[in-house]
Ligand binder design. Structure first.
Ligand code: TIU
Length: 220
């Protein structure tokens, strides 16, 4: 099965394919969260929710595994490095109180995935303290246990957590295809640059496709 993609069609094996939705959390997508505290206009990110929901519904209809990630920290912040806490110049820092609870802290409303994309009980949720989903998590073991070899990636932000996770996955031997209309950045130029750079040099990091092309290849 081929998924129409750039720089060339993605040779997909349905058996071994999973969807990974990165960090579609209130803290990045809604006003008052961590993303806004960094000085970003969060409205761009909310616009992709319906497209990610369509991709998610397609994978559910196809009976293929779905993984959700959340960037968040333990309430005692013992998994938050000083370097991460002190970086940038946000109004409020990770762990500080905001309108959706403590920023990027597990269990707080802001750290939850937006309701339109809420995970089903059968879907794995990977909480991660870094930008990449493989760093200090059991994500790789979860993928190996489910015999997953190929990933469709979606979520936010394209150049930060999505790209970092895609690079980590590629280095671990997973084929990755990024759904270009189901990912977004606070900075359009960073999204565009990421889409270009991952497919460069013959898909050095992976492929880029669209939600329609992926769903049409899955025939769902
Ligand atoms: N999930 C994710 O991308 N975390 C970030 O901090 N992204 C920013 O673009 N800041």
């Amino acid at each position: 099965m081929l998924i129409e993609a750039t720089p060339f069609d993605f040779p997909c094996r349905r058996d071994g394919l999973a969807l990974v939705i990165i960090d579609m959390q209130c803290d990045f997508i809604l006003p008052g969260g961590f993303g806004e505290s960094l000085g970003n206009d969060v409205s761009r990110l909310g616009a992709i929710v319906p497209t990610v929901a369509r991709l998610l519904a397609g994978f559910r209809r196809a009976g293929l595994p779905v993984f959700h990630t959340r960037e968040c920290h333990r309430p005692d912040l013992s998994d938050l490095t000083d370097a991460k806490r002190d970086r940038g110049a946000p109004d409020r820092r990770i762990g500080d109180m905001g309108p959706m609870g403590r920023l990027l802290v597990a269990g707080e409303p802001g750290a939850e995935i937006v309701p339109a994309l809420a995970p089903l009980p059968t879907e794995r949720v990977i909480d991660k303290p870094g930008k990449g989903a493989f760093t200090r998590t059991d994500f790789e073991a979860q993928l190996v246990n489910r015999r997953v070899r190929q990933l469709v990636l979606a979520g936010v932000t394209t150049e930060v957590c999505v790209q970092t996770t895609m690079r980590e996955a590629n280095d671990r031997g997973f084929d990755c295809v990024l759904a270009s209309d189901a990912t977004e950045s606070y900075f359009p130029q960073f999204k565009a640059a990421t889409l270009e750079m991952v497919v460069a040099q013959g898909a050095l990091v992976g492929w880029v496709s669209t939600t329609d092309a992926i769903l049409s290849a899955l025939d769902v």
